[in-house]
Design a protein around this ligand. Structure first.
Ligand code: PMP
Length: 384
């Protein structure tokens, strides 16, 4: 057996082997079998990705002249169109910030920005459960990094106090809503820390809250009223906004520096203008989706209330709700049972989550109905 075959066998034995599934086939099969396909694994939190009337309205704005399917170059060469410029201005203005910068995706943003802003004189303090894209960004940087216990502000404060005199800057890197646990950072606690220690800068990934939280859907920084106190806000468009891409909100100097330094910004073809146009079209409507946000909150509360009646740890405070299983193979088995009933829930296993914490990750969408939640709860009662 060669090395790669050995590794694959190991993954199979550990319940850690993955294959690519065709979601169109899965949907069709579920519809035939149960008459319904309830996707509880996508990140389409506002239910916009399948909204045909939004697609129709957008398609009506397109014609042969403005349908531009490729940028044909990096933004630093010939890929920086008016669409980009206008969108960045609108984003900055919505956040009442000095500037915004677009990226091709959240993975590019996190793996590009972090190593650009953190050098060997920087200490990164990162929550234990941050997303892989930030971990990879940290690995690519020359900074020393210490991971603090998940949401442990006391330990974080102690680390800042202990180390701040030894470094030029301290970058706290975390998420507002955590992608796998669905719990939340108390951003005001971080802001207080930053106000006590001027060397501290805050880097907050809002991938799972942009679109979903705040009166205008700008995220937890809006909801917790601290946009102006966060140095780097990263948001993504591939989740609630039903598109692709990411943005950074920062001051003007940081933007100027990043344009000159971020490798996944410089060395990649810019997203097509037609894609930016679609994202912009939805972004303009973001403040209007309060009904979707409120329905999503109600659906989440139904599941949280159910979790409170079980032996499950009540971790989530959001629309991302983990059902903790522990062992990989058991997580796979439970997910399959739910899928048979038409609930498309996937097992999440290491390395996406720590070893021994395999789980079902329920990802709610405003598209789901109260009845579907009640049916799901009925199934979960039998399985967990
Ligand atoms: N940050 C977080 C917290 C994420 O969960 C993800 C993707 N799941 C990303 C960044 C990456 O974003 P994208 O999918 O746009 O690359």
């Amino acid at each position: 057996m060669n090395y790669l075959e050995e590794k694959l066998t190991q993954k199979k034995e550990n319940g850690n082997y993955r294959v690519l599934l065709n979601i169109d086939d899965i949907r069709e099969e579920a519809l035939l079998r149960t008459g319904d396909f309830i996707n509880l694994s996508a990140n389409d939190y506002l239910g916009l990705a399948e909204n045909k009337s939004l697609r129709k309205e957008f398609l009506e704005t397109l014609n042969e002249a403005n349908f531009r399917p490729s940028s044909s170059s990096s933004r630093l060469l010939t890929g920086n169109t008016l669409e980009y410029q206008l969108f960045e201005e609108e984003l900055a203005s919505a956040f009442n910030a000095e500037s915004a910068l677009l990226f091709s995706c959240g993975y590019h943003a996190n793996t590009g920005i972090i190593p650009a802003i953190a050098d060997h004189e920087t200490l990164i303090l990162a929550d234990k459960l941050i997303h892989a894209s930030m971990i990879d960004g940290i690995k690519l940087s020359d900074a020393k990094c210490i991971r603090f216990r998940h949401l442990d502000y006391v330990q974080l404060g102690r680390l800042v106090k202990e180390h701040h005199s030894a470094y030029r800057s301290i970058l706290i890197v975390t998420e507002s809503i955590f992608s796998m646990d669905g719990d939340e950072t108390d951003l005001q606690r971080l802001v207080e820390l930053k106000k006590r220690y001027p060397k501290v800068a805050l880097y907050i990934d809002e991938a799972h809250s942009f679109g979903v939280r705040g009166n205008r859907g700008l995220g937890c920084c809006e909801e917790q009223n601290c946009i102006e106190d966060i140095d780097y806000i990263v948001g993504t468009f591939g989740k609630a906004l039903a598109s692709i891409g990411a943005f950074l909100i920062s001051n003007r100097t940081a933007r100027e520096y990043l344009i000159n330094s971020v490798r996944p910004f410089i060395f990649t073809t810019a997203l097509p203008p037609v894609n930016i146009a679609w994202t912009r079209f939805l972004f303009h409507k973001l403040p209007e989706f309060n009904q979707e946000r409120s329905h999503l909150r109600n659906l989440s509360a139904m599941l949280h209330d159910f979790i409170a009646t079980t032996t499950q740890p009540p971790i989530s405070t959001s629309h991302i709700i983990p059902i903790m299983i522990g062992e990989n193979k058991k997580a796979i088995h439970t997910a399959i049972e739910l899928q048979k009933q038409g609930f498309y829930i996937l097992p999440i296993r290491p390395p996406a989550v720590p070893v021994g914490t395999a789980r079902l990750r329920i990802s709610l969408s405003a598209e789901h109905t109260n009845k579907q939640m009640l049916d799901l709860i009925k199934q979960l009662k039998q399985l967990i």
